[in-house]
Design a protein around this ligand. Structure first.
Ligand SMILES: Nc1ncnc2c1ncn2[C@@H]1O[C@H](COP(=O)(O)OP(=O)(O)OP(=O)(O)O)[C@@H](O)[C@H]1O
Length: 474
């Protein structure tokens, strides 16, 4: 605890601090965190705010204000609550990170409750180990990170039972039901092909869902172990992470010919396919600037959630347009947690891994050359996605790694205001150049694309900073 915190805690023992006196910088950090988790309604319900107060917060939210800040104004104002009651509220709602943010402003005697609080998102101890090269991508294999906090399960150890354990709280579906749901895997219901199998659309219990069928090769083959490791990761993380911008997993099936995972259906397809809509059949209208701005905001919120919702930041490790799926209203959700892993204990720390993993063009220099893993990896990947989304110049359209590197270099050069002061020619040519307020927002997205892809990890913004700036896109 800081010296300032120690003094204030002593004072607060007898006389808790009113919420309104929380220092502005701490309040900002707290609101950013609560807004990214989108928990204001849950808190308002828990403390039984009057409906007119809830409506007021809702209206302020629609005007672009922070709902968490409005909640603190009301609960700390009309309802006369103090920092101790706020701390207790976070404890009751399992908001451990929020408790940590305000811990210096409550009595030290209350700190023991932080240790007793189970995170809203369970903080699992095991960390996935590896995803070997698959036939489809440039993804490299990884070994265990040198991180003593991580209890690793190597790919040799991974068993069907581990996958089953991770799936315990998920609905188990009969394979026959999936066969019926997809009209016996009718090709017309096929949504796409991945490195490990096909994805089909199917109707289960009156709702359309996406069903991933895993192609088992041989029981003891390396490929099968990689499949299992991937499924284990998907189940372990997607099953425990609940956020508007994270793909939901609903069920699994292991009693049939092939193991299957059932996800929410993302009718808009992958961002990758939507950015290439002009070249695919049937041709689709390109995503508008406003849609791209909202996709940038939603994706940023999802990554922020991964970095901040758990005590140990979770690093996705493979942020790219193919892993950002869009629903029927183009809301983005991050999927494919096959490479996700817990990072260093603290958000700004670094841990070393034995081997590089992920898709090379989306990976930052310190990870590629020194194998330094941090949240900066996802931030860099997100920066590349931003540059692709707004310039329309796509990495997936280059077949060779060297060409991709040249393309990224050229995009960064043409987008940099010092190289190209007018920047009028940088935007995706498939759309009319943005104008007025929209132009400012698109330039802001491009500027963050440049900042996030800074060579030096220290110079990249945090996802909290990105989300704060991108809120204006809504
Ligand atoms: N939940 C979903 N809803 C709708 N379509 C989906 C869904 N999940 C996947 N798809 C479609 O299926 C395709 C294959 O997805 P999958 O996750 O298996 O592979 P991938 O991420 O493209 O490849 P890899 O697994 O090798 O990284 C995607 O490109 C997408 O078009």
């Amino acid at each position: 605890m800081s010296a300032a915190g120690a003094t204030s805690s002593k004072r607060e023992a007898e006389n808790p601090l009113p919420i309104a006196l929380l220092p502005v910088c701490v309040r900002l950090e707290l609101c950013e965190h609560l807004d990214a988790l989108d928990v204001w309604k849950q808190l308002a319900t828990f403390v039984k705010l009057y409906p007119q107060d809830v409506n007021y917060i809702q209206k302020q939210l629609q005007r672009g204000q922070s709902p968490a800040n409005e909640f603190l104004n009301i609960w700390g104002g009309q309802y006369n609550q103090n920092m101790h009651s706020l701390f207790a509220l976070f404890h009751n709602n399992k908001l451990r990170s929020a408790m940590l943010i305000i811990k210096d402003y409550v009595d030290v005697k209350l700190h023991k409750y932080i240790a007793k609080t189970v995170d809203r998102v369970p903080n699992t101890q095991e960390v996935p180990n590896t995803r070997s090269n698959n036939n489809a991508s440039e993804s490299g294999a990884i070994d265990a990170p040198h991180n003593r906090n991580n209890n690793l399960e190597s790919s040799d150890d991974i068993r069907v039972s581990s996958v089953q354990r991770a799936a315990e709280s998920l609905l188990q579906i009969d394979y026959a039901e999936l066969v019926a749901a997809t009209d016996n895997w009718n090709p017309e219901n096929k949504l796409g092909n991945g490195g490990f199998g096909e994805v089909y659309k199917g109707e289960i219990m009156n709702s359309f869902m996406a069903i991933k069928v895993m192609n088992y090769v041989h029981k003891h083959s390396n490929k099968t172990k990689v499949h299992l490791q991937q499924s284990y990761n998907e189940l372990k993380y997607l099953n425990t992470l609940r956020h508007d911008n994270i793909l939901a997993i609903y069920a699994y099936s292991i009693n049939g010919e092939k193991p299957c995972l059932v996800y929410e259906l993302m009718a808009g397809g992958s961002l990758d396919s939507r950015l290439r809509a002009q070249h695919t059949k049937p041709r689709r209208a390109p995503l508008t600037w406003q849609q791209r701005l909202l996709i940038a905001l939603g994706t940023a919120k999802g990554i922020y959630f991964l970095h901040k919702a758990r005590v140990i930041p979770l690093i996705h490790g493979d942020i790219k347009p193919a892993n950002i799926l869009l629903d029927d209203k183009e809301k983005p959700k991050i999927g494919d947690f096959g490479l996700a892993r817990e990072g260093p204990k603290f958000i700004n720390d670094v841990t070393k891994v034995n081997k590089v993993f992920g898709t090379r063009i989306y990976l930052p220099p310190e990870f590629l050359s020194s194998k330094e893993l941090s949240t900066g990896v996802d931030i860099y990947s997100f920066g590349v996605v931003l540059l692709e989304m707004f310039t329309g110049r796509l990495m997936a359209e280059c077949t060779h790694q060297a060409d991709q590197q040249l393309l990224l270099k050229s995009i960064k050069k043409t987008c940099h205001p010092s190289e190209n002061p007018t920047r009028s020619d940088i935007f995706d040519k498939n759309l009319v150049t943005p104008m007025g307020e929209e132009l400012d927002k698109c330039l802001c997205a491009i500027d963050f694309g440049l900042k996030c892809t800074a060579f030096n990890v220290q110079q990249r913004p945090s996802m909290a900073e990105v989300v704060t700036h991108f809120k204006a896109f809504d």
